[in-house]
Design a protein around this ligand. Structure first.
Ligand code: SF4
Length: 271
C-alpha cells in the first residue's frame, strides 16, 4: 500500500520514517515505566524484528486509513449494550442464544477500559513494563460471577458465519490472541475470568436486491475457549528482545520485507 505523508492542510511533507515521541521508544533496561499495547505485543508475535525496529529503534510504520465502517458498528453496539447495562438485563443477542444469565458488566472504570489509549493493564512480571489494551466490552456471568471477554467484529463474508469456519479462518487467528490477552490482563488485575470468550460477529449480507442506503447484517455469537498458558513465555521472549542489542531476523514470509529487498537490489543494479 502506498502511504504518503501529509500535514493538516493535506500538503505533502517529508516523511522521516521515525517517530518523534520519545516516550514511545524503549531504552534497554530503562527505569521509567513503559507501556506495551496489545497490538504491539501482537506485532512481536508476528515479527520480532518489526516490533524491535518500532519500539526500540523508533521506526514509524506507514499510516493506515481508519476502519470507519467497522468502528461505526462497534459504536452502535456499545450504545445497545450500555442500555442493557443500565437496565442490568441480557442484551437481545444473549437472549437469542439462551444466555440470559449473562449481562453487561458494570464497573466505574469501564469507560477508561474502553479507551484504546488507556484500557485495562497489568504489570509484566515484576518489571517496569505494562501490558494494556482497550476492550470493546466485558460481560458478567451472573451464575459463576466470572467476567467474560468479547470483541465486536464486522465483516462482509459471502459465507454464513459458523463457529468452526470463523475460528479456523486464517485472518482470525490474531482475534483469538486478542481475547486471550484481555483475559490474561483481567486475571492479573485480580478478576475471575471465564475461559469462554465471545466474538460478536456482524456479517454484512450480499443477498439484498440493492443497497437502498443501508446494509443488513447477520449477527452471530461465536464462543471461543481461551488458552492462557502460552502468554508468559512469549512475554518473557518479548522482554529479552526489548533489552537486546541484536536486531531479530526478518520473517521469511513477509511481503513488505521482500518488496524492500527487491527494491534495494534493483536500485543497486542501476547505480
Ligand atoms: S519481515 Fe516484515 S514484519 Fe518483519 S521487519 Fe520486515 S517488514 Fe517488518
Amino acid at each position: 500500500m502506498i502511504s504518503l505523508k501529509r500535514n493538516n492542510k493535506g500538503d505533502f511533507v517529508q516523511a522521516s520514517g521515525l517517530r518523534t515521541r520519545k516516550n514511545t521508544i524503549y531504552q534497554a533496561n530503562q527505569a521509567e515505566i513503559f507501556r506495551i499495547s496489545r497490538s504491539k505485543f501482537n506485532d512481536f508475535l508476528n515479527c520480532p524484528k518489526c516490533f524491535y525496529l518500532d519500539r526500540v529503534k523508533g521506526l514509524k510504520a506507514p499510516d493506515m486509513p481508519g476502519w470507519t465502517l467497522n468502528s461505526t458498528v462497534d459504536e452502535l453496539l456499545k450504545k445497545e449494550f450500555d442500555k442493557s447495562r443500565a437496565e442490568q438485563k441480557p442484551h437481545r443477542i444473549l437472549q437469542r442464544y439462551g444466555l440470559e444469565h449473562i449481562i453487561p458488566y458494570q464497573h466505574p472504570e469501564l469507560d477508561i477500559w474502553r479507551d484504546s489509549f488507556k484500557g485495562i493493564e497489568c504489570q509484566i512480571f515484576d518489571t517496569n513494563l505494562y501490558l494494556f489494551g482497550g476492550i470493546d466490552d466485558i460481560w458478567l456471568n451472573t451464575v459463576t460471577n466470572e467476567l467474560i471477554v468479547l470483541d465486536y467484529k464486522s465483516q462482509a463474508d459471502k459465507y454464513p458465519v459458523t463457529t468452526e469456519r470463523y475460528l479456523n479462518g486464517i485472518y482470525h487467528q490474531g482475534y483469538k490472541i486478542q481475547l486471550e490477552i484481555y483475559a490474561y490482563i483481567l486475571k492479573k488485575m485480580g478478576f475471575a475470568v471465564s475461559n469462554i470468550g465471545y466474538f460478536y460477529v456482524c456479517n454484512a449480507s450480499k443477498s439484498m436486491d440493492g443497497f437502498h442506503g443501508s446494509l443488513l447484517f447477520e449477527e452471530t455469537l461465536v464462543p471461543y475457549k481461551i488458552q492462557l498458558d502460552w502468554i508468559e513465555g512469549k512475554l518473557e521472549e518479548m522482554l529479552q528482545t526489548l533489552n537486546s542489542e541484536n536486531i531479530p531476523k526478518s520473517h521469511f514470509a513477509c511481503q513488505n520485507c521482500a518488496f524492500n529487498q527487491e527494491q534495494m537490489r534493483i536500485e543497486q543494479e542501476y547505480q
